[in-house]
Design a protein around this ligand. Structure first.
Ligand SMILES: [Zn+2]
Ligand SMILES: [Zn+2]
Length: 146
């Protein structure tokens, strides 16, 4: 993604095109995997870009409020973000073979609208289901082990 296209994305979201925002958004376009604030801090430091973690957190929040990026996973207390893909999906993850299969429905929107009744602004959500897939025995898994 070239610099001008990045500037266009910011403009189309009515965001000011500051050099730091441009830099951080371009990192997301360069990356093939989810990034946390510390990852971005590290990358920017290697590029000799002077920025502090608090600024990165603020920019990530702005981007996610504008749905440019979304939380893809939470590991420990760190949120990992990816660019928002047009198809919002959740996954069923098999604990035996690690296969990830998409769940086509999202029921979380109902919870989100409930929370908003209490004046809680929802920015994104993360939801995954763990279990044993049909190829690994599925519902019959326990019987198989005994
Ligand atoms: Zn499996
Ligand atoms: Zn969802």
């Amino acid at each position: 993604m070239d610099r001008n296209s990045i500037i266009e994305i910011l403009k189309s979201n009515n965001l000011k095109t500051t050099p730091k925002r441009i830099e951080i958004l371009s990192i997301f376009f360069e990356s093939n995997f989810p990034l946390c604030a510390e990852d971005i801090f590290f990358i920017l430091n290697t590029r000799k870009c002077d920025i502090n973690l608090a600024t990165i957190y603020r920019i990530l929040l702005t981007f996610s409020q504008n749905k440019i990026i979304q939380v893809s996973s939470i590991i420990g207390r760190k949120a990992y973000y990816t660019l928002t893909s047009s198809n919002h999906s959740h996954y069923f993850i098999c604990l035996k073979c690690n296969n990830k299969s998409p769940i086509d429905t999202c029921y979380i929107n109902q919870i989100e609208s409930k929370l908003e009744k209490y004046n809680r602004k929802v920015i994104s959500h993360h939801f995954e289901v763990y279990g044993i897939c049909e190829n690994c025995g599925g519902l019959d898994d326990e019987k198989k082990d005994n």
